[in-house]
Design a protein around this ligand. Structure first.
Ligand SMILES: [Zn+2]
Length: 268
């Protein structure tokens, strides 16, 4: 009888352990914090067509990542999500913490991880910086999280002011963008590299936003000179996209070829 009891509790313990392992495994593989996952709300093509209605709250966005970029309802500034804090760069060029109840029409976020760290010891302009990172991307067929912390002798960014309905297209909206030239500033470039086949979903290539250490400078990156810094690259091979359940997004024509316009809108 005693032996039976011992066996029974062993079986029970083994069964509980098995359930525990299974539960942890399921959580580990299906949680939003899974490694190498990019979450995106809407598409940049919809933003191009003026779909500036908010789709989800900043609070909900933060549940999907602690790192990323995007914009706010009405195209109200450039978003930088860094170390779990969401900033809005306004048309004065400075970054302000955004409230969790605010809405975003377009954003891409992830839980940052680094698979490769590069040192940048020689000054590089933006095109040299892109070519340098290009050499260390093991394939051009997956996505990457890019984080560059350093000292910049020059950073050129832009931000846009809030629009009311009816919203213009992004191409028209950025005609009123504010462009900033920051000199000798310490800060971080936050963003992603997307493969060419994802152009329209997001921007193919590098899409980076800047935020200074003192939060007094930031915006969508147009150009820069990195003097010295650390480049961290995180491989991303999971993409989760959420599209609006109703509204303007459903009615807008997303079949038009906007590649040339996108390039003009997002680069210098
Ligand atoms: Zn941007």
């Amino acid at each position: 009888m005693k032996t039976f009891n011992i066996n029974f509790s062993r079986v029970k313990a083994a069964a509980m352990l098995a359930v525990f392992i299974l539960f942890t495994a399921v959580l580990g593989f299906s949680g939003t914090q899974e490694s190498g996952r990019i979450f995106q709300a809407s598409t940049i093509k919809a933003l191009m067509e003026g779909v500036f209605d908010g789709q989800l709250t900043i609070g909900d966005l933060k549940a999907e990542g602690d790192f990323g970029i995007g914009t706010f309802e009405g195209l109200d500034g450039e978003m930088v999500l860094l170390n779990g804090v969401c900033y809005r760069v306004k048309t004065d060029g400075a970054a302000y913490e955004a409230d969790d109840t605010e809405l975003t029409p377009f954003a891409a976020v992830s839980f940052f991880k680094s698979d490769n760290t590069l040192q940048a010891d020689e000054p590089m302009d933006y095109s040299q910086l892109q070519k340098y990172i290009d050499m260390y991307l093991p394939t051009k067929n997956i996505m990457y999280m890019i984080k560059i912390k350093g000292t910049f002798s020059h950073v050129k960014t832009r931000s846009v002011a809030k629009y009311e309905k009816p919203y213009p297209t992004l191409y028209r909206a950025v005609k009123n963008q504010k462009v900033f030239d920051f000199r000798d500033v310490k800060g971080t470039l936050v963003g992603f590299w997307f493969p060419k086949y994802m152009n329209g979903v997001n921007m193919a290539g590098y899409h980076l936003h800047f935020i200074s250490d003192d939060r007094k400078a930031g915006g969508h990156l147009l150009d820069c000179t990195l003097d010295k810094g650390v480049i961290e690259i995180g491989n991303a091979n999971i993409f989760h996209m959420e599209l609006p359940e109703e509204g303007h997004f459903w009615d807008v024509d997303l079949t038009k070829d906007k590649d040339a316009e996108l390039k003009k809108v997002e680069s210098k």
